[in-house]
Design a protein around this ligand. Structure first.
Ligand code: ADP
Length: 423
Protein backbone atom coordinates (compact mmCIF):
# COMPACT_ATOMS: atom_id res chain seq x y z
CA UNK A 1 0.00 0.00 0.00
CA UNK A 2 1.33 3.47 -0.92
CA UNK A 3 1.18 6.21 1.76
CA UNK A 4 2.05 9.65 0.32
CA UNK A 5 1.78 13.26 1.39
CA UNK A 6 0.60 15.58 -1.29
CA UNK A 7 1.51 19.35 -1.16
CA UNK A 8 -2.06 20.26 -0.15
CA UNK A 9 -2.34 17.75 2.67
CA UNK A 10 1.13 18.89 3.99
CA UNK A 11 -0.07 22.52 4.20
CA UNK A 12 -3.34 21.44 5.82
CA UNK A 13 -1.36 19.59 8.54
CA UNK A 14 0.83 22.69 9.26
CA UNK A 15 -2.31 24.86 9.46
CA UNK A 16 -3.87 22.66 12.13
CA UNK A 17 -0.63 22.84 14.20
CA UNK A 18 -0.55 26.67 13.78
CA UNK A 19 -4.19 27.13 14.90
CA UNK A 20 -3.70 24.83 17.91
CA UNK A 21 -0.39 26.55 18.90
CA UNK A 22 -2.02 30.03 18.53
CA UNK A 23 -4.90 29.04 20.88
CA UNK A 24 -2.50 27.46 23.45
CA UNK A 25 0.08 30.32 23.52
CA UNK A 26 -2.65 33.07 23.45
CA UNK A 27 -4.40 31.35 26.37
CA UNK A 28 -1.11 31.15 28.34
CA UNK A 29 -0.42 34.90 27.69
CA UNK A 30 -4.01 35.86 28.65
CA UNK A 31 -3.96 33.96 31.96
CA UNK A 32 -0.49 35.46 32.63
CA UNK A 33 1.33 32.14 32.65
CA UNK A 34 3.65 33.37 29.89
CA UNK A 35 4.82 36.85 28.92
CA UNK A 36 3.39 38.03 25.57
CA UNK A 37 6.91 38.09 23.94
CA UNK A 38 7.68 34.52 25.04
CA UNK A 39 4.25 33.35 23.92
CA UNK A 40 4.80 34.83 20.43
CA UNK A 41 8.32 33.33 20.19
CA UNK A 42 6.99 29.90 21.28
CA UNK A 43 4.20 30.06 18.67
CA UNK A 44 6.69 30.91 15.84
CA UNK A 45 9.08 28.07 16.89
CA UNK A 46 6.32 25.41 17.04
CA UNK A 47 4.84 26.42 13.65
CA UNK A 48 8.30 26.50 11.99
CA UNK A 49 9.16 23.06 13.41
CA UNK A 50 5.83 21.66 12.21
CA UNK A 51 6.36 23.08 8.68
CA UNK A 52 9.88 21.55 8.50
CA UNK A 53 8.64 18.16 9.70
CA UNK A 54 5.86 18.13 7.10
CA UNK A 55 8.27 19.01 4.31
CA UNK A 56 10.70 16.22 5.24
CA UNK A 57 7.85 13.75 5.32
CA UNK A 58 6.63 14.93 1.91
CA UNK A 59 10.08 14.41 0.37
CA UNK A 60 10.40 10.89 1.74
CA UNK A 61 6.98 10.15 0.18
CA UNK A 62 8.35 11.14 -3.23
CA UNK A 63 11.42 8.86 -2.97
CA UNK A 64 11.32 5.73 -5.29
CA UNK A 65 9.88 2.75 -3.43
CA UNK A 66 11.02 -0.89 -3.86
CA UNK A 67 8.92 -3.03 -6.23
CA UNK A 68 6.38 -4.93 -4.18
CA UNK A 69 5.20 -8.16 -5.84
CA UNK A 70 1.45 -8.44 -5.24
CA UNK A 71 0.69 -11.48 -3.18
CA UNK A 72 -2.90 -10.90 -2.20
CA UNK A 73 -5.63 -12.98 -3.83
CA UNK A 74 -7.52 -9.75 -4.49
CA UNK A 75 -4.77 -8.44 -6.78
CA UNK A 76 -6.31 -7.95 -10.27
CA UNK A 77 -3.34 -9.52 -12.12
CA UNK A 78 -3.35 -12.58 -9.86
CA UNK A 79 -7.13 -12.89 -10.10
CA UNK A 80 -7.03 -12.64 -13.90
CA UNK A 81 -4.20 -15.18 -14.29
CA UNK A 82 -5.81 -17.58 -11.78
CA UNK A 83 -9.04 -17.60 -13.80
CA UNK A 84 -7.43 -18.82 -17.04
CA UNK A 85 -7.62 -22.54 -17.89
CA UNK A 86 -4.20 -22.88 -19.62
CA UNK A 87 -0.88 -22.45 -17.81
CA UNK A 88 -0.14 -18.69 -17.61
CA UNK A 89 2.86 -16.89 -16.08
CA UNK A 90 3.13 -13.08 -15.78
CA UNK A 91 6.66 -11.63 -15.62
CA UNK A 92 7.91 -8.10 -15.07
CA UNK A 93 10.34 -6.38 -17.46
CA UNK A 94 13.29 -8.00 -15.66
CA UNK A 95 11.96 -11.55 -16.06
CA UNK A 96 10.79 -11.89 -12.44
CA UNK A 97 7.60 -13.81 -11.75
CA UNK A 98 4.67 -11.50 -10.87
CA UNK A 99 1.85 -14.05 -10.95
CA UNK A 100 1.03 -17.56 -12.17
CA UNK A 101 -1.90 -19.96 -12.00
CA UNK A 102 -2.33 -23.58 -10.83
CA UNK A 103 -1.81 -25.18 -14.30
CA UNK A 104 1.51 -23.24 -14.52
CA UNK A 105 2.51 -24.53 -11.08
CA UNK A 106 1.88 -28.09 -12.33
CA UNK A 107 4.06 -27.35 -15.37
CA UNK A 108 6.88 -25.75 -13.35
CA UNK A 109 6.61 -26.61 -9.62
CA UNK A 110 9.69 -24.46 -8.82
CA UNK A 111 7.92 -21.18 -9.77
CA UNK A 112 8.05 -18.55 -6.98
CA UNK A 113 6.63 -15.02 -7.00
CA UNK A 114 9.35 -12.39 -7.12
CA UNK A 115 12.04 -14.83 -8.32
CA UNK A 116 13.54 -14.88 -11.83
CA UNK A 117 11.51 -17.09 -14.16
CA UNK A 118 14.69 -18.78 -15.43
CA UNK A 119 15.17 -20.49 -12.04
CA UNK A 120 11.94 -22.45 -12.50
CA UNK A 121 12.05 -23.32 -16.22
CA UNK A 122 15.64 -23.70 -17.38
CA UNK A 123 14.91 -23.79 -21.11
CA UNK A 124 17.36 -21.71 -23.16
CA UNK A 125 14.86 -21.48 -26.04
CA UNK A 126 12.18 -20.07 -23.69
CA UNK A 127 14.51 -17.52 -22.13
CA UNK A 128 15.65 -16.39 -25.59
CA UNK A 129 12.02 -16.02 -26.70
CA UNK A 130 11.18 -13.85 -23.69
CA UNK A 131 14.19 -11.63 -24.42
CA UNK A 132 13.16 -11.38 -28.08
CA UNK A 133 9.55 -10.52 -27.22
CA UNK A 134 10.77 -7.82 -24.80
CA UNK A 135 13.22 -6.35 -27.33
CA UNK A 136 10.78 -6.36 -30.27
CA UNK A 137 7.68 -5.48 -28.25
CA UNK A 138 5.77 -8.14 -30.25
CA UNK A 139 4.25 -11.55 -29.54
CA UNK A 140 6.75 -14.42 -30.00
CA UNK A 141 6.14 -18.19 -30.09
CA UNK A 142 8.39 -21.15 -29.49
CA UNK A 143 7.94 -24.94 -29.42
CA UNK A 144 9.96 -27.01 -27.00
CA UNK A 145 10.05 -30.57 -25.66
CA UNK A 146 10.19 -31.88 -22.12
CA UNK A 147 11.61 -35.38 -21.72
CA UNK A 148 10.97 -35.96 -18.00
CA UNK A 149 8.82 -37.53 -16.52
CA UNK A 150 7.30 -38.31 -19.95
CA UNK A 151 7.98 -37.03 -23.46
CA UNK A 152 5.80 -33.95 -24.04
CA UNK A 153 5.78 -31.09 -26.54
CA UNK A 154 4.65 -27.56 -25.71
CA UNK A 155 4.14 -24.25 -27.46
CA UNK A 156 4.83 -21.11 -25.42
CA UNK A 157 3.41 -17.74 -26.50
CA UNK A 158 5.06 -14.65 -25.00
CA UNK A 159 3.04 -11.44 -25.21
CA UNK A 160 4.74 -8.19 -24.10
CA UNK A 161 2.33 -5.64 -22.55
CA UNK A 162 2.73 -1.95 -21.65
CA UNK A 163 0.37 -1.27 -18.80
CA UNK A 164 0.60 2.45 -19.53
CA UNK A 165 0.88 3.85 -23.07
CA UNK A 166 3.52 6.36 -21.97
CA UNK A 167 6.02 3.60 -21.04
CA UNK A 168 9.02 3.21 -23.36
CA UNK A 169 9.34 -0.59 -22.79
CA UNK A 170 6.91 -3.40 -21.84
CA UNK A 171 6.49 -3.76 -18.07
CA UNK A 172 4.54 -7.04 -18.22
CA UNK A 173 5.29 -10.23 -20.15
CA UNK A 174 2.38 -12.69 -20.34
CA UNK A 175 3.37 -16.27 -21.13
CA UNK A 176 0.81 -18.93 -22.06
CA UNK A 177 1.58 -22.60 -22.69
CA UNK A 178 -0.25 -25.10 -24.92
CA UNK A 179 0.32 -28.85 -24.61
CA UNK A 180 0.82 -30.04 -28.20
CA UNK A 181 1.43 -33.68 -27.20
CA UNK A 182 -2.09 -35.07 -28.01
CA UNK A 183 -2.15 -33.16 -31.31
CA UNK A 184 1.28 -34.47 -32.31
CA UNK A 185 0.26 -38.01 -31.33
CA UNK A 186 -2.85 -37.82 -33.56
CA UNK A 187 -0.72 -36.45 -36.42
CA UNK A 188 1.79 -39.31 -35.99
CA UNK A 189 -1.02 -41.88 -35.87
CA UNK A 190 -2.56 -40.45 -39.02
CA UNK A 191 0.79 -40.50 -40.83
CA UNK A 192 1.41 -44.12 -39.68
CA UNK A 193 -2.08 -45.09 -40.79
CA UNK A 194 -1.64 -43.63 -44.28
CA UNK A 195 1.80 -45.27 -44.59
CA UNK A 196 0.40 -48.65 -43.47
CA UNK A 197 -2.67 -48.43 -45.71
CA UNK A 198 -0.60 -47.52 -48.78
CA UNK A 199 1.87 -50.29 -48.02
CA UNK A 200 -0.98 -52.82 -47.69
CA UNK A 201 -2.46 -51.69 -51.01
CA UNK A 202 0.87 -51.47 -52.81
CA UNK A 203 1.77 -55.11 -52.17
CA UNK A 204 -1.17 -56.68 -54.08
CA UNK A 205 -0.96 -53.92 -56.67
CA UNK A 206 2.72 -54.75 -57.33
CA UNK A 207 1.79 -58.45 -57.63
CA UNK A 208 -0.98 -57.61 -60.10
CA UNK A 209 1.18 -55.46 -62.36
CA UNK A 210 3.98 -58.08 -62.22
CA UNK A 211 1.62 -60.79 -63.44
CA UNK A 212 0.17 -58.54 -66.14
CA UNK A 213 3.70 -57.96 -67.49
CA UNK A 214 4.43 -61.71 -67.40
CA UNK A 215 1.20 -62.49 -69.21
CA UNK A 216 2.02 -59.88 -71.85
CA UNK A 217 5.54 -61.26 -72.25
CA UNK A 218 6.98 -64.70 -71.54
CA UNK A 219 3.68 -66.38 -70.56
CA UNK A 220 1.74 -64.98 -73.50
CA UNK A 221 1.26 -68.36 -75.17
CA UNK A 222 1.41 -70.58 -72.07
CA UNK A 223 -2.20 -71.55 -71.35
CA UNK A 224 -1.37 -73.40 -68.12
CA UNK A 225 0.68 -70.53 -66.64
CA UNK A 226 -2.03 -68.07 -67.69
CA UNK A 227 -4.63 -70.07 -65.78
CA UNK A 228 -2.48 -70.15 -62.63
CA UNK A 229 -1.51 -66.46 -62.79
CA UNK A 230 -5.10 -65.36 -63.34
CA UNK A 231 -6.14 -67.25 -60.21
CA UNK A 232 -3.42 -65.47 -58.18
CA UNK A 233 -4.40 -62.13 -59.70
CA UNK A 234 -8.00 -62.70 -58.72
CA UNK A 235 -6.97 -63.42 -55.12
CA UNK A 236 -4.82 -60.24 -55.00
CA UNK A 237 -7.69 -58.19 -56.42
CA UNK A 238 -10.00 -59.64 -53.75
CA UNK A 239 -7.46 -58.73 -51.09
CA UNK A 240 -7.40 -55.12 -52.30
CA UNK A 241 -11.19 -55.03 -52.34
CA UNK A 242 -11.35 -56.38 -48.75
CA UNK A 243 -8.85 -53.80 -47.59
CA UNK A 244 -10.71 -50.92 -49.22
CA UNK A 245 -13.97 -52.25 -47.79
CA UNK A 246 -12.48 -52.40 -44.26
CA UNK A 247 -10.97 -48.91 -44.60
CA UNK A 248 -14.31 -47.46 -45.69
CA UNK A 249 -16.13 -49.26 -42.84
CA UNK A 250 -13.65 -47.87 -40.32
CA UNK A 251 -14.07 -44.30 -41.49
CA UNK A 252 -17.89 -44.66 -41.59
CA UNK A 253 -17.94 -45.99 -38.02
CA UNK A 254 -15.62 -43.20 -36.87
CA UNK A 255 -17.90 -40.61 -38.46
CA UNK A 256 -20.85 -41.97 -36.43
CA UNK A 257 -18.81 -42.65 -33.30
CA UNK A 258 -20.73 -40.11 -31.19
CA UNK A 259 -24.21 -41.46 -32.12
CA UNK A 260 -25.13 -44.51 -30.07
CA UNK A 261 -27.43 -46.93 -31.94
CA UNK A 262 -30.77 -47.51 -30.18
CA UNK A 263 -32.73 -50.19 -32.14
CA UNK A 264 -33.54 -53.13 -29.80
CA UNK A 265 -31.90 -56.25 -31.26
CA UNK A 266 -31.86 -59.87 -30.13
CA UNK A 267 -28.25 -61.10 -30.32
CA UNK A 268 -29.25 -64.80 -30.55
CA UNK A 269 -30.47 -64.78 -34.19
CA UNK A 270 -27.57 -62.47 -35.13
CA UNK A 271 -24.99 -64.95 -33.82
CA UNK A 272 -26.89 -67.83 -35.50
CA UNK A 273 -26.87 -65.98 -38.81
CA UNK A 274 -23.11 -65.41 -38.54
CA UNK A 275 -22.28 -69.04 -37.67
CA UNK A 276 -24.54 -70.31 -40.48
CA UNK A 277 -22.76 -68.01 -42.94
CA UNK A 278 -19.35 -69.36 -41.83
CA UNK A 279 -20.31 -73.06 -42.02
CA UNK A 280 -18.37 -73.55 -45.25
CA UNK A 281 -15.19 -72.07 -43.78
CA UNK A 282 -15.64 -74.18 -40.62
CA UNK A 283 -16.06 -77.34 -42.71
CA UNK A 284 -12.99 -76.48 -44.82
CA UNK A 285 -10.91 -76.08 -41.66
CA UNK A 286 -12.38 -79.16 -39.97
CA UNK A 287 -13.72 -77.11 -37.03
CA UNK A 288 -16.97 -77.72 -35.12
CA UNK A 289 -18.75 -74.58 -33.99
CA UNK A 290 -21.02 -74.88 -30.95
CA UNK A 291 -23.39 -72.14 -29.81
CA UNK A 292 -24.74 -72.07 -26.27
CA UNK A 293 -27.49 -69.50 -26.00
CA UNK A 294 -29.98 -67.91 -23.70
CA UNK A 295 -33.55 -67.79 -25.04
CA UNK A 296 -33.15 -64.12 -26.02
CA UNK A 297 -30.54 -61.45 -25.33
CA UNK A 298 -31.69 -58.00 -26.35
CA UNK A 299 -29.41 -54.95 -26.64
CA UNK A 300 -29.80 -51.57 -28.34
CA UNK A 301 -27.64 -51.68 -31.46
CA UNK A 302 -26.98 -51.47 -35.18
CA UNK A 303 -27.66 -54.83 -36.78
CA UNK A 304 -25.13 -54.68 -39.64
CA UNK A 305 -22.37 -53.49 -37.33
CA UNK A 306 -23.00 -56.24 -34.76
CA UNK A 307 -23.05 -58.86 -37.55
CA UNK A 308 -19.63 -57.48 -38.55
CA UNK A 309 -18.32 -57.83 -34.98
CA UNK A 310 -19.31 -61.50 -34.62
CA UNK A 311 -18.21 -62.32 -38.18
CA UNK A 312 -14.73 -60.99 -37.44
CA UNK A 313 -14.39 -62.83 -34.15
CA UNK A 314 -15.75 -66.18 -35.35
CA UNK A 315 -13.76 -65.97 -38.60
CA UNK A 316 -10.55 -65.25 -36.64
CA UNK A 317 -11.27 -68.22 -34.34
CA UNK A 318 -11.74 -70.44 -37.42
CA UNK A 319 -8.64 -69.07 -39.16
CA UNK A 320 -6.12 -68.74 -36.32
CA UNK A 321 -7.52 -71.34 -33.92
CA UNK A 322 -8.34 -74.07 -36.46
CA UNK A 323 -5.77 -76.40 -34.90
CA UNK A 324 -8.04 -76.77 -31.83
CA UNK A 325 -10.82 -78.18 -34.07
CA UNK A 326 -13.49 -76.58 -31.88
CA UNK A 327 -15.00 -73.13 -31.39
CA UNK A 328 -17.49 -72.45 -28.59
CA UNK A 329 -19.76 -69.44 -28.62
CA UNK A 330 -21.70 -68.55 -25.48
CA UNK A 331 -24.29 -65.83 -24.88
CA UNK A 332 -25.36 -64.73 -21.41
CA UNK A 333 -26.60 -61.79 -19.41
CA UNK A 334 -24.60 -60.73 -16.34
CA UNK A 335 -24.64 -57.94 -13.78
CA UNK A 336 -21.49 -55.83 -14.13
CA UNK A 337 -19.57 -54.54 -11.09
CA UNK A 338 -21.51 -51.23 -11.09
CA UNK A 339 -24.86 -53.05 -10.95
CA UNK A 340 -25.74 -52.51 -14.64
CA UNK A 341 -26.87 -55.48 -16.68
CA UNK A 342 -24.74 -56.41 -19.70
CA UNK A 343 -24.85 -58.96 -22.49
CA UNK A 344 -21.69 -61.04 -22.92
CA UNK A 345 -20.87 -63.02 -26.02
CA UNK A 346 -17.72 -65.17 -25.75
CA UNK A 347 -15.96 -66.69 -28.76
CA UNK A 348 -13.56 -69.39 -27.53
CA UNK A 349 -11.11 -71.34 -29.65
CA UNK A 350 -8.62 -74.04 -28.70
CA UNK A 351 -5.82 -73.00 -31.06
CA UNK A 352 -2.24 -71.88 -30.34
CA UNK A 353 -3.36 -68.85 -28.29
CA UNK A 354 -1.67 -65.45 -28.12
CA UNK A 355 1.39 -64.37 -26.08
CA UNK A 356 0.56 -61.75 -23.40
CA UNK A 357 2.75 -59.00 -24.92
CA UNK A 358 0.50 -58.91 -28.02
CA UNK A 359 -2.85 -58.74 -26.21
CA UNK A 360 -2.99 -54.96 -25.53
CA UNK A 361 -2.07 -54.16 -29.16
CA UNK A 362 -4.38 -56.56 -31.04
CA UNK A 363 -7.07 -53.90 -31.65
CA UNK A 364 -4.58 -51.42 -33.19
CA UNK A 365 -4.99 -50.91 -36.91
CA UNK A 366 -2.76 -53.22 -38.96
CA UNK A 367 -1.33 -54.92 -35.88
CA UNK A 368 -0.81 -58.66 -36.40
CA UNK A 369 0.98 -61.26 -34.33
CA UNK A 370 2.29 -62.86 -37.51
CA UNK A 371 1.96 -60.74 -40.67
CA UNK A 372 2.71 -63.61 -43.02
CA UNK A 373 0.08 -65.85 -41.48
CA UNK A 374 -2.51 -63.05 -41.47
CA UNK A 375 -1.89 -62.41 -45.19
CA UNK A 376 -2.01 -66.13 -45.95
CA UNK A 377 -5.41 -66.21 -44.22
CA UNK A 378 -6.63 -63.26 -46.28
CA UNK A 379 -6.46 -60.89 -43.28
CA UNK A 380 -6.23 -57.11 -43.56
CA UNK A 381 -5.11 -56.41 -39.99
CA UNK A 382 -8.17 -54.18 -39.52
CA UNK A 383 -10.71 -56.73 -38.22
CA UNK A 384 -10.21 -56.23 -34.48
CA UNK A 385 -9.81 -52.43 -34.91
CA UNK A 386 -13.27 -52.44 -36.52
CA UNK A 387 -14.63 -54.58 -33.67
CA UNK A 388 -13.26 -52.13 -31.09
CA UNK A 389 -14.72 -49.06 -32.86
CA UNK A 390 -18.13 -50.66 -33.30
CA UNK A 391 -18.26 -51.69 -29.63
CA UNK A 392 -17.17 -48.20 -28.52
CA UNK A 393 -20.07 -46.72 -30.48
CA UNK A 394 -22.38 -49.16 -28.69
CA UNK A 395 -20.90 -48.13 -25.30
CA UNK A 396 -19.54 -51.68 -25.04
CA UNK A 397 -16.05 -53.17 -25.01
CA UNK A 398 -13.96 -56.18 -26.01
CA UNK A 399 -11.93 -58.24 -23.55
CA UNK A 400 -9.40 -60.89 -24.58
CA UNK A 401 -8.20 -63.82 -22.50
CA UNK A 402 -5.48 -66.01 -23.88
CA UNK A 403 -2.23 -67.80 -23.14
CA UNK A 404 0.17 -69.56 -25.50
CA UNK A 405 -1.00 -73.13 -26.05
CA UNK A 406 -4.33 -72.54 -24.30
CA UNK A 407 -6.48 -71.06 -27.08
CA UNK A 408 -8.11 -67.63 -26.98
CA UNK A 409 -11.42 -66.18 -25.75
CA UNK A 410 -12.69 -62.90 -27.17
CA UNK A 411 -15.60 -61.53 -25.08
CA UNK A 412 -17.97 -58.85 -26.34
CA UNK A 413 -19.58 -56.79 -23.55
CA UNK A 414 -22.69 -54.78 -24.47
CA UNK A 415 -25.01 -52.84 -22.13
CA UNK A 416 -28.58 -54.14 -22.29
CA UNK A 417 -30.10 -50.77 -21.34
CA UNK A 418 -30.72 -48.15 -24.04
CA UNK A 419 -29.13 -44.72 -24.18
CA UNK A 420 -30.33 -42.53 -21.27
CA UNK A 421 -32.68 -39.75 -22.25
CA UNK A 422 -31.01 -36.36 -22.05
CA UNK A 423 -34.34 -34.51 -21.91
P1 ADP B 1 -6.45 -59.91 -39.46
O1 ADP B 1 -7.09 -59.33 -40.65
O2 ADP B 1 -4.96 -60.04 -39.57
O3 ADP B 1 -7.11 -61.19 -39.04
P2 ADP B 1 -7.46 -58.82 -36.99
O4 ADP B 1 -7.46 -57.41 -36.56
O5 ADP B 1 -8.76 -59.52 -37.10
O6 ADP B 1 -6.64 -58.83 -38.34
O7 ADP B 1 -6.54 -59.64 -35.99
C1 ADP B 1 -5.28 -59.13 -35.65
C2 ADP B 1 -4.31 -60.24 -35.31
O8 ADP B 1 -4.72 -60.86 -34.08
C3 ADP B 1 -4.29 -61.38 -36.30
O9 ADP B 1 -3.43 -61.09 -37.37
C4 ADP B 1 -3.79 -62.53 -35.45
O10 ADP B 1 -2.38 -62.46 -35.39
C5 ADP B 1 -4.33 -62.21 -34.07
N1 ADP B 1 -5.56 -63.01 -33.75
C6 ADP B 1 -6.84 -62.62 -33.87
N2 ADP B 1 -7.69 -63.58 -33.45
C7 ADP B 1 -6.92 -64.59 -33.03
C8 ADP B 1 -7.20 -65.91 -32.48
N3 ADP B 1 -8.46 -66.33 -32.29
N4 ADP B 1 -6.14 -66.68 -32.17
C9 ADP B 1 -4.88 -66.28 -32.34
N5 ADP B 1 -4.55 -65.07 -32.86
C10 ADP B 1 -5.55 -64.24 -33.22
Amino acid sequence: MKIAWSGRSGWRGTRYVAVTAAIVFAGLAIVGALAAGYALAGFVIVVAAAALAMRASEESGRRPRPVIVPERAGDPLNALVAGLPDPVIALDGQGRVLAFNEPARTLAPALRQGEPFSLALRMPELIETIARAYARGKEQRVEYSVRVPIDRRFEAVVMPVKRQPSLSAPDLMLMTFHDLTPLRRVEEMRADFVANASHELRTPLAALSGFIETLQGSARDDAKARERFLAIMQEQARRMARLIDDLLSLSRIELNAHRRPDTPLDLVPIVRQVTDGLQTLARDRGVIVQVETASALTVPGDRDELVRVFENLVENALKYGAAGKRVDISLREVQSADGESEAQVGVRDYGPGIAPEHLPRLTERFYRVDVRESRAQGGTGLGLALVKHILNRHCGRLSIESAPGAGATFIVHLPTAGPRSTK
